[in-house]
Design a protein. Sequence first.
Length: 455
Amino acid sequence: MGLDSCSEEMECPAAKPSETPSNIPDLVSKFAKVCKLRSIGVFTSENHCDDGGQGAPVFLDENKKGLTKEKFDSGKLCPRYGEEGSIKGCGCCLMDISELFDSVSAVKVAYVKFQEAHIPYDHEKIVAADKHMVDQLGQLCKIKQSFKEKKKKEENSVAACSALVKKEIQVQESLLEQLKSTVKMKESAVVKLQRELQDLELKNKSLAEEFKQQEKVRVNVLHTHSFEVIVKAVRMAIHDFAKPLISLMKVSGWDLDQAANAIEAKVVYAKRSHKKYAFEAYIARRMLNGFSCQQPCDTQRILKFNDPINALIEDPHSDFAKFCRKKYLVLVHPWMETSFFGNLDHRTFVANGLHPYTPFYRAFVKMAKWVWCLQGSIASSTTPKIETFTVTRGAEFSDVYMESIEELKENALMSGQEGARYKVEFMILPGFKVGKSVIRSQVYLSKVNSEGSKF
């Protein structure tokens, strides 16, 4: 049978991998049909020698348009490839395809030799060619079996991998559900905490308002107490300065009765020694006159000094120094100072911005310190505001707003005697209102009988 008589419509067995011959004779029978093809691919002796049997086959047909070695090497038009450059998922590598082509070519070559052994007929050559062809077909069966095993392994591997992926997906989905549940719990806890926070903020706001009110009350109480302490210190300071002033008057030959009457006329004193209160009232009027207009700013600095004269020596041009100079010149009259010391040295020093370090002036500065602090407290107080009130002569005594400088022993206010009334002779120190609190004014009183006469 010649090569040219082969049918063109028949397909190569390699293109039908699903057919598996059960034995060699069946494979020979099927391969006989292959040989009816007009064209057959063979290895040239040149190709077979150059690459040791591993080269690509060259398929020739009558139009010379078969698969060339170049196309095979480039991976184009392979029986297990689709169109040029696109691979169908066959699962075998290029080396497996090359081996398949080599085996098919070897079978074809063996068949050609088998045909050649018939012309002329040579029994030995026919047996040898037949044996060679059977060996080649067996090799082809091995390739097919190997391909099936590889494909099965790949499918098993893909199935195992898919099972692992599915299992991992299930695990991750389970974790995701747990996380979603945890997130819901956390969100619920957050909402609960936000509500608690809002409640706490409302409570804190309420407590802050309550604390603010209590703090305001506490500050008012402390401020009132501290201001009352300063007022008592002023009273004591005026009393302490009145002592050396009266002593100097006595030494200088002053008529104290006449001097007291000049300050407060027609006053009925319970005791002659009570006339000293008239001098204290004089000092208080001079020192406290216009004090509400003062704006002191160095009160704390003055309080640091045990002896305030040192503050004047340290800074002779301070606000406190100016205050001392102004009040001394108003309080101590020139002829009074002349009668005391025989000269006006104190006045000259003070008028020139100096401060003499003498006992009399030091006593004056000690008194001026507390008056200065009193002015500072009134000037700097805004909450509560401090107000001053005075008492006129002849006003009836009220223990709410007035305080007697002398204890009323025999005819005390609390004795419960019928018809016992007291009138104000003169005010020594004014009173103060600190918010709703009252610091009583200091007054000197005289008793009035039922007919209205003093005694």
